[in-house]
Ligand binder design. Sequence first.
Ligand code: ATP
Length: 288
Amino acid sequence: MRIAIEQLNMTYPTGKQALRDVDLTLESPNLIGLLGPNGAGKSTLMKLLVAGLLPSSGTISVDGTPLQACEKALKARLGYLPQSFGLYEELTVWQFLDYMAALKGIRDSRAAIDRAMEAANLVEKRKARIRTLSGGQRQRVGIAQALLGEPEFLILDEPTVGLDPEERIHFRNFFSRTAQDKIVLLSTHIIEDVQSVCNQLIVIDRGRILFTGTPEALIASAQGHVGVFLESEESRADSHLQITSRVNTARGVACRGVAAELPPFAEPVEPSLEDAYLYWITGEGELQ
Ligand SMILES: Nc1ncnc2c1ncn2[C@@H]1O[C@H](COP(=O)(O)OP(=O)(O)OP(=O)(O)O)[C@@H](O)[C@H]1O
């Protein structure tokens, strides 16, 4: 499967431009992390990909066919976890998934529901009413419905919200296994969610794609732009330096920062993935 996005723009009726000139190619198999701060445009991009919104301009094509012409066929190949997810409070987990399977037109729904419940760690909750579930359990129900029918393209908008650390690790590994023959696109603003599992990262901010590439390439892009230093009057006055961490120590305040050009008082260090992400979203990285 190959999704090609060309010159995509999205302006909401309020006049807010949520996406600007987005060009991207998503190909299977891939686990792709869509990283960006609040309001960056992640959910908007995902809604456009599932044809839940119409772009203001630009095109999305699926295996060479424009999305509008293959919307129905694509929906059968797609699993989507939206950010806010309405659940039917009085239904049990099993009833809800049965309903979603019917909406998706899945034939062998019983087996499909069993597989999705197992993957989402929900087997014990199959008879529980949705209103009795915790936030994390509800999120797992959302993930389970996205997995129904083993879609080729999984779009997950902040799938780890509300999950405890153990569950986050479980899903991270699960998404990684799932992506072996599919496209899994997951949005997050948590670096640990994409670290060591995503083979492609897309950094987005204020509607623009700032970076696409492997995590290694993202780290390499910040090489020479990350430094450590002790806070001083000079460092406080440096408006180009973006401080990314401050720790009080016996010697003073130890800082870590990113800059397009490191000042002489900063000692260059190896960037982490988080440094590199901050380097791009603080506006210090150069647009590709
Ligand atoms: N229906 C809408 N009408 C008007 N503006 C909107 C609408 N939905 C989103 N926006 C605006 O578009 C921009 C992008 O929003 P979007 O929800 O895509 O960001 P996001 O990266 O998913 O953020 P978050 O991580 O907070 O969910 C934001 O400025 C948001 O306020």
